[in-house]
Ligand binder design. Structure first.
Ligand code: E4P
Length: 215
């Protein structure tokens, strides 16, 4: 399973790139706002750090405006993927952009039917959200399982991104279900690497080595 980093923080992206475990980045307007920086400047900087898909989200709600925004974003860098919310106008925009060769990531997906519509409209990626469903007492992982099962029945080129990932267990479960990609916050990458037995085992190895290193 591929991992994308879900952030607009360039330092976190640098760190994750150095770890060698991510091959793309997803942002959204909230993540951009958290950095308090100019949108184009941040996206350009991210594109200079990682050579992989970078999702940048539109903030308009009509097809015409979304397509216009998308065309401007696509000029920033060849790796830009335009994130479009799954509303009817968004589907029109996804369809238009796919015809123009601009990659899209259909976001805010909460049902299998929304994912099917996005794939049929020509989305490059669909992003079903886990955590936000968990937040309202629905099992977000059920959605991931259902989208994976439905897509496995057909020859869609559209890739599935597990999004709104809040917990390392989400990542492992999404991988077992067969998603193509999970987009995760940086702190989850560190949590995924952590195991107390690894730390204890390493400490014991280093301590034992001290006993014989000068022999
Ligand atoms: C990624 O594409 C989404 O914007 C992001 O994963 C949303 O995560 P959140 O529900 O934790 O805000």
């Amino acid at each position: 399973m591929k991992l994308f980093l879900d952030t607009a923080n360039v330092e976190e992206i640098r760190q994750a790139v150095e770890l060698g475990v991510i091959c793309g980045v997803t942002t959204n307007p909230t993540l951009i706002a958290r950095e308090g920086r100019n949108f184009k400047e941040v996206i350009t900087e991210i594109a200079g750090i990682i050579d992989g898909p970078i999702s940048a989200e539109v903030v308009s709600v009509t097809k015409e405006e979304m397509v216009k925004e998308a065309q401007e974003m696509a000029k920033i860098h060849k790796n830009i993927v335009v994130k479009i919310p799954l509303i009817p106008e968004g589907l029109k925009a996804i369809n238009e952009l796919s015809k123009r060769g601009i990659k899209t990531n259909a976001t805010l997906i909460f049902t299998v039917n929304q994912a099917i519509l996005a794939a049929n409209a020509g989305a490059t990626y669909v992003s079903p959200f886990i955590g936000r469903l968990d937040d309202i007492s629905h099992d977000g992982m059920d959605l991931i399982a259902d989208v994976c099962q439905a897509f496995a029945n057909y020859a869609y080129d559209t890739e599935i991104i597990a999004a709104s990932v809040r917990d390392p267990i989400h990542v492992a479960q999404a991988a077992k279900l067969g998603v193509d990609i999970a987009t995760v916050p940086y702190k989850l990458i560190l949590q995924m690497a952590k195991h107390p037995l690894t730390d204890l085992g390493l400490a014991a190895f280093l301590k034992d080595w001290e006993k014989v290193k000068d022999k």
